[in-house]
Design a protein around this ligand. Structure first.
Ligand code: FES
Length: 156
């Protein structure tokens, strides 16, 4: 197993909080993504499968279901723009176009300088304040192009 010893020690403690070992998988996926370069490499998923006594396809199934898990290398910052109905009706297309313009990243791609990756995501439960985006796990709501420029322009 190639998981770092400190993560294994963390998971050994984590699993004691759950009735079944596998119930800690999502937390472990988050920790691996945080600690191992911002994305989940195939070897990491295989290592987690071994640790949780699961088949690799089961771990892949969980990781691929949730948009917060990255299965390919990403930029330093990840911008996820909701494109579902409430956001769409309130300007998500303009928001996405502005995000791509400001970051230099294409949709589902990474900017040439490696600073930003941009994705579209399904409803994030913030419809009352549509349109919205998620920047590195933090929601920004009631967006327009000027607000997008202010938010992303301040990211270092
Ligand atoms: S449709 Fe965008 S947050 Fe719900």
């Amino acid at each position: 197993m190639a998981l770092p010893p400190q993560l294994i020690a963390e998971f050994d403690e984590l699993v004691t909080h759950y009735p079944e070992r596998r119930a800690a998988l999502i937390m472990a996926l988050h920790r691996c993504q945080d600690e191992l370069g911002g994305w989940l490499a195939p070897e990491t998923l295989e290592d987690l499968a071994a640790y949780f006594h699961l088949e690799p396809v089961e771990v892949y199934g969980v990781a691929s279901f949730y948009p917060m898990f990255q299965l390919r290398p990403v930029g330093k910052h990840v911008v996820s723009v909701c494109h579902n109905i409430s956001c769409e009706l309130r300007g998500a297309r303009e928001v996405l176009a502005k995000v791509c313009q400001v970051t230099g990243a294409p949709v589902h791609g990474t900017s040439p300088d490696g600073k930003f990756s941009v994705h579209t995501v399904e409803c994030q439960g913030a419809c009352a304040n549509a349109p919205m985006l998620d920047l590195d796990g933090h929601y920004h709501e009631d967006l327009d192009a000027a607000k997008v420029e202010r938010i992303l322009g301040g990211v270092s």
